[in-house]
Design a protein around this ligand. Structure first.
Ligand code: CAA
Length: 292
């Protein structure tokens, strides 16, 4: 099966990034949102990112030529002839299922349904549509235009041909696909989440300061960001949500939220996006660790 037309559900941080890389790779893309204002915000981010790439000479086409392959819509019917639908809506099982159920009646039968969820079971999501063999996970990483990886997630119901088509699609997007199966957290979050939670526990136990733990992991391990900078970047609310799904699945302490993470989330300190998390972003170019 050949993929030509891509539908992306949600035009937030991840959805707009996925739409952008698909358009950059030459696909015709339609992004679906509930309101025009969300499309406007997502597309403004895409234009900024494309301008940055153009300035650096990393894209062969003009930003305008890439942008011309991107359409935004608030009508589900406009996705009817897409070959693949990549869903990147809010991490909420019921919201995602509602979306899949509505689109199943509209989008052509041969189309592949993919989810960008980071922790929700793909098998649970596929029950919302009547195409279990054509349902997979495609998990991208933030910031999507820069991060090279995509996890291609197979369920017990996925047809081989569908899986290979999705794997090739990942390559055609300019990403490096890895094969994984529908176990909560897939590969990256299975390893990354306990690492980030351990950093919080180490801080709670007085092993080091927020800044020193970050420096240690950056300079000692060559990671691009220390764990607290990364937690603030991913979003503490998102991480907290993931801990629940992972703890529920495995019942292991390493996936459970440390008390400090819970308190930060309760206080509305979600990290970079809310201006405050482990660091304070009053001056975004010069974040200061909070006293926690
Ligand atoms: N589009 C185009 N250019 C962009 C961009 C975007 N969306 N975002 C950043 N850039 C540019 C910056 O403007 C900057 O350009 P200049 O060099 O001209 O200033 C350049 O890319 C490098 O960015 P920075 O200088 O800000 O910082 P950096 O060198 O540290 O790179 C990074 C940024 C790629 C994000 C790097 O820090 C990194 O790899 N961090 C780790 C990110 C990570 O682990 N992500 C995964 C999170 S987990 C997840 O997403 C999954 C989940 O399920 C929770």
């Amino acid at each position: 099966m050949e993929i030509k037309k891509v539908g992306v559900l949600g035009c937030g941080l991840m959805g707009s990034g996925i739409a952008q890389v698909a358009a950059m790779a030459g696909f015709d893309v339609t992004s679906l949102e509930v309101e025009q204002k969300f499309l406007d915000k997502g597309f403004a981010g895409i234009e900024k990112s494309l301008a940055k790439f153009a300035e650096k000479g990393t894209i062969k086409e003009t930003p305008q030529a890439i942008r011309a392959r991107l359409k935004g819509t608030t009508k589900k019917e406009d996705l009817a002839d897409c070959d693949i639908i990549v869903e990147a809506v809010i991490e909420n099982v019921e919201e995602k299922k509602k979306m899949y159920s509505a689109l199943d009646a509209i989008v052509k039968k041969e189309a592949i349904f993919a989810s960008n969820t980071s922790s929700i079971s793909i098998t649970e999501l596929l029950t919302a549509a009547k195409r279990p063999e054509r349902f997979i996970g495609l998990h991208f990483f933030n910031p999507v235009p820069l991060m090279k990886l995509v996890e291609v997630v197979r369920t017990i119901a996925t047809a081989d041909e569908v899986y290979e088509t999705a794997y090739e699609f990942g390559k055609n997007l300019g990403k490096v696909p890895v094969r994984t199966s529908d176990k909560t957290g897939f590969i990256v979050n299975r390893l990354l989440v306990p690492y980030m939670l351990d950093a919080i526990r180490a801080y709670e136990e007085g092993v080091g300061s927020i800044e020193d733990i970050d420096q240690a992991m950056k300079l000692g391990c060559g990671y691009p960001m220390g764990p607290f900078t990364l937690l603030d970047f991913v979003g503490l609310d998102t991480t907290y949500y993931i801990t629940h799904v992972m703890y529920d699945e495995f019942k292991e302490r390493r996936f459970a939220s440390p008390p400090l993470l819970k308190r930060l989330v309760m206080a509305g300190w979600y990290g970079r996006k809310s201006g405050r998390g482990f660091y304070d972003y009053a001056d975004p170019a010069n974040p200061k660790p909070n006293k926690l």
